[in-house]
Design a protein around this ligand. Sequence first.
Ligand SMILES: Nc1ncnc2c1ncn2[C@@H]1O[C@H](COP(=O)(O)OP(=O)(O)OP(=O)(O)O)[C@@H](O)[C@H]1O
Ligand SMILES: [Mg+2]
Length: 385
Amino acid sequence: MRENPIARPANYEAFPVLCVDDERANLVVTKHNLGKRFKVYLATSGKKALEILSREFIAVLLTDQRMPGMSGVDLAEQVYRRHPDVIRVIITAYADQEATVDAINRGHVTRFIKKPWTKPELEAVVIECIQNYQNSLALKNMQQRLVNLDRITSLGIMASSIAHDLRQPLSYIEPNLMFLENELEHIRQLLPPDKANVIIGRMEQYLNDATLGAQKLRTFSSSLLTTLSGNSMTRSQVQIRNLLNSVLSITRSTITRKARLKLELPDEDITIYGSEGRLNQLLINLLLNAAQAIETDPAFENLVILRIFPSEMSLIIEVEDTGKGIAEADMDKIFTPMFSTKGDAGSGMGLAICKQIVSEHDGSIEVFSTPGNGTRFKVTLPLPP
Ligand SMILES: Nc1ncnc2c1ncn2[C@@H]1O[C@H](COP(=O)(O)OP(=O)(O)OP(=O)(O)O)[C@@H](O)[C@H]1O
Ligand SMILES: [Mg+2]
């Protein structure tokens, strides 16, 4: 398996060098000169070099130009096509102008080394190539992050516009429901009482359900807007019950499709000082992750628990699930922006944002997980004195 390590700049061994020369003696000398500081692979032909490149991670290619069969330029050209990240260098004893032009145009080589080279010269070139390799890797990572951020921003804009647009139909549904309620009262007076009780009673039930639905939509749209505008950290007194109403109006249906939702809440409402929008985001991310971690049916056999309790001077919020858990190797990475195991379904920003929100509130977040058994996130937030 080819792997692509991100290493400290001085850790040259993490960036292997492949040396290609048809003369074994030359390879032995190169290995002797580079072997102590760098990881070196050797190949006696272009064909063998391509085989090594297809199975090993290589950062730098150092190839002799004059070789029977595939020349250094031919090899550099193939490597440029198949492994464009590898930095290519040609070693030549001849001031061969045609080969030089070819190397630049076809092989996209970064450097030439003239034979005979000295050890410091060779080392300096290899170090420069490794640095070039690291720079282009960093640039690629940055570009990928920008693409992801762009996608997240677009999603955010789309979600706010949906939340906003939901309000427009509500602005005529809600008053019309009220008018209907008044009209029903008029009809009741026109009907004989026994008929009125049956017919109007039923219609009132339908109206109540429709009004409840409209209210839910309004709460949902407000919660979404509060959450999406939660980037600015305006602090105020936040009632835990209010916060939960809004969070659950967004997440409840997603959770209950996967699991039973168990709420373990304090008897008395608790007030904390913070940003309602940001705390909304925090809980929504943790609850959605919990639901997404559950991959087995049926829903009633799975559990998502939201547990809130005061402890000394802090408020503890725990989100626990009986989902697939987190692999030991991923535990260090999950709070890193863009780390996701969900492919296209995840941006990998959820927990990074949670960590940021918790630190904005002078709190802490911990995770406990057993692969195959489930996960518990524990958030500790300071309570006002
Ligand atoms: N409750 C959980 N159970 C198992 N794995 C989890 C849980 N919460 C987070 N993870 C792991 O942590 C990774 C990062 O989570 P994070 O919320 O940052 O991103 P995401 O859920 O993949 O994408 P999104 O940005 O849409 O939230 C997830 O991809 C998943 O592997
Ligand atoms: Mg997530």
